[in-house]
Design a protein around this ligand. Structure first.
Ligand code: ADP
Ligand code: MG
Length: 340
């Protein structure tokens, strides 16, 4: 759980801080008619730096596991304005020329640095590539392909599971190159953003950046390299669209269609998580096919993947109901186990 600080606007209008972290992995929510404590594997309060979140959330281990061939996923969940994008990417310099201060870089850039460091120390046996997709209005689009975004087909095969047909995968070897890809995909022109009452630049789509890591087996013996299995891991970062309900955003018309699609996929995600959280013997069919988001996350959620969920919350009294709903959602997600 990451609790962001109160924003200037919230402080100015006199919002009260209703979320407190007790420092032992618990979050305490106390307001007029609510008093609840939740336990998690890690809780970061408003004072936690990006570095602290990176080191304390286990992302470094996920990078190492991805290099070892596992499918690792980090996803950020929470209402619009709760700090998902800040946590994953830091304050992006959209359109400005000044890059963000290094101390503010998010989990993604820190993971890339860690990955490239590992890659260097292991010699040249890692081949890295990236793909960047968004799901907007139940359409999958490629954020890296040049030209206007067009919808891609989501398919299923016995060997690959769910996959996106014709998605672009770009090889990279340097930190600068992957930062450029991230910047390119996150550009406001490409990612769907629209203004509404909660956050003027709130993202209305789910964004998934996946790093594919292939390690060529290095032969230290005289046998031909082909006799050594090579490993293929992935490291995926998912920035989910805001989890708030339509009525609270004051959306109407086209925006409300968007919000309904967002809610539908998050609802499907929540539904899958609830079912996955049940003991294995009592589980029924998991409806991954209910949305594009759950299809793409199927492996991360219930299969062979290793998944970290970062739930972002605002400490403000005005966000109380969304905060409680995020905490309940996260508590359910915590009970899900996968078999890496
Ligand atoms: P989301 O992606 O969940 O909609 P953002 O990441 O865009 O939310 O955050 C909303 C605002 O709050 C941004 O202005 C961001 O810079 C600020 N913010 C979020 N988390 C923090 C934090 N931990 N420290 C300082 N500012 C933050
Ligand atoms: Mg965002």
């Amino acid at each position: 759980i990451r609790v962001r600080p109160l924003t200037c606007a919230e402080t100015r209008r006199g919002d009260r801080q209703v979320v407190h972290s007790l420092g032992d992995g618990t979050v305490h929510v106390s307001a007029a008619r609510h008093d609840a404590t939740f336990g998690f594997s890690a809780v970061f309060n408003a004072g936690a730096s990006q570095e602290t979140v990176f080191e304390g959330s286990g992302v470094r281990q996920l990078v190492e596991l991805a290099i070892d061939g596992f499918s690792c996923t980090v996803f950020a969940f929470g209402q619009t304005g709760s700090g998902k994008t800040y946590t994953l990417m830091g304050p992006l310099t959209q359109g400005e020329t000044q890059p963000a201060a290094p101390g503010l870089l998010g989990l993604m850039q820190r993971s890339f640095a860690c990955l490239l460091e590992q890659s260097r120390s292991r010699g040249s046996d890692l081949v890295l590539s990236a793909s960047y997709l968004e799901i907007y209005n139940e359409q999958v689009r490629d954020l890296l392909s040049p030209g206007p975004p067009c919808a891609l087909l989501l398919r299923w095969s016995k060997t690959r599971g769910f996959y996106v047909e014709n998605q672009l995968s770009v090889d990279f070897e340097s930190l600068e190159a992957i930062h450029n890809l991230l910047q390119q995909g996150a550009e406001p022109r490409r990612r769907r953003t629209s203004a509404h009452a909660l956050n003027r630049h709130s993202s209305r789509s789910h964004a998934l950046l996946t790093i594919h890591i292939r390690s060529r087996a290095v032969s230290t013996h005289l046998a031909p390299p082909s006799t050594y299995p090579s490993k293929q891991g992935t490291l995926c970062f998912v920035d989910l669209a805001g989890s708030e309900r339509v009525k609270e955003t004051g959306s109407s018309g086209e925006l409300s269609v968007e919000a309904n699609n967002i809610n539908r996929s998050l609802l499907a995600l929540g539904h899958c998580i609830s079912l996955l959280a049940k003991p294995r013997g009592k589980r029924t069919h998991i409806p991954y096919r209910d949305s594009k988001l759950t299809r793409l996350l199927a492996r991360s959620l219930g299969g062979s993947g290793i998944t970290l969920m970062i739930a972002c919350i605002s400490p403000s009294s005005r966000c109380l109901s969304e905060t409680l709903s995020t905490l309940h959602y996260a508590s359910r997600a915590r009970r899900v186990t996968t078999r890496p």
